[in-house]
Design a protein around this ligand. Structure first.
Ligand SMILES: C[S@@+](CC[C@H](N)C(=O)[O-])C[C@H]1O[C@@H](n2cnc3c(N)ncnc32)[C@H](O)[C@@H]1O
Length: 266
């Protein structure tokens, strides 16, 4: 029986974990992810014809946000990869130069930037090694990979036959076998809301089964730690619905990581 609002949000989130995710259409100018991506691109674009790949572009949410910035969009040759074909006409209308449906179509040594915005957690674990390594080889030697993720999901999502895995800095560093700590590029105010990192191609040595396993183990540890923190630091006046949702997110993420670890080991 449901007897409190935080129980309701917990159950809601878990039940959503049986449904496929949806790509959002709209974006606000002050969206934390968009503001961070724009800030980062601006510091890096010093010439015309920057070849930019929006990997998992969805319905062009980030592209719409960049289009309205005259300092950025005219300098980009905007390529997009989106497996859902029904999004392609929308992306073409928005001005995408070239469209791909699958990572295997990506040309090597081509992109100055590849952006994965809200995408990494949707790529099925079984494809991580091949798709992430293909992304690396399609970057120019001077290129950079940008990964943007929310800290927690607002809705549960089913990904393939397991579930979402929302990595933050520490797990991304392990996944990509990176030599040094990742420096986030969000504004300090967004620290609690998003993960936003940029990795230069020379640091990207590749993803392998061992690094995937280690990243999942760290993700599981961190999900449990975050659930413990949530239990210990409850503020009586705080929004109980948000607590229930966050607890469901950490609980499901820990289970999802274990399911994926089992998959890798079998
Ligand atoms: C949450 S949406 C994000 C869309 C957009 N990047 C944004 O930030 O609004 C995730 C997108 O990733 C795409 N996606 C899912 N699995 C993928 C995969 N294996 N390779 C490439 N894209 C994928 C989905 O089709 C979806 O459009």
């Amino acid at each position: 029986m449901l007897y409190s609002i935080d129980n309701l949000s917990f159950v809601n989130f878990v039940s959503q974990c049986f449904s496929e995710p949806e790509a959002l259409k709209m974006i606000n100018e002050d969206d934390e992810q968009l503001v961070s991506v724009k800030k980062m691109i601006k510091t890096k674009i010093n010439h015309q014809n920057i070849v930019f790949l929006d990997f998992g572009a969805g319905r062009g949410r980030i592209l719409k946000g960049l289009l309205s910035d005259n300092g950025i969009f005219p300098k980009l040759k905007y390529h997009a990869l989106e497996p859902q074909k029904e999004c392609h006409s929308e992306l073409t209308k928005l001005g995408v130069t070239r469209l791909y449906s699958d990572y295997i179509e990506l040309p090597d040594n081509t992109f100055d930037f590849i952006l994965l915005s809200n995408v990494l957690h949707e790529i099925p674990i079984i494809s991580w090694e091949n798709s992430l390594n293909k992304i690396i080889s399609s970057l120019k030697d001077t290129g950079s990979l940008m990964i943007v993720e929310p800290r927690t999901l607002f809705k549960g999502e089913r990904i393939d036959d397991s579930g979402f895995m929302v990595l933050s800095e520490e797990e991304i560093q392990i996944l990509f076998n990176l030599p040094k700590n990742l420096r986030p590029f969000y504004f300090e105010d967004y620290k609690e809301k998003i993960t936003a990192v940029m990795i230069q191609k020379p640091d990207l040595k590749g993803v392998d089964e061992e690094s995937i396993r280690n990243a999942l183990i760290k993700l599981q540890e961190n999900s449990v730690k975050n659930a413990e923190k949530l239990m210990l630091n409850q503020d009586e006046a705080a929004n109980k619905y948000a607590y229930g949702r966050k607890m469901a997110f950490f609980a499901m993420q820990s289970i999802n990581a274990q399911i994926c670890l089992n998959k890798i080991d079998n």
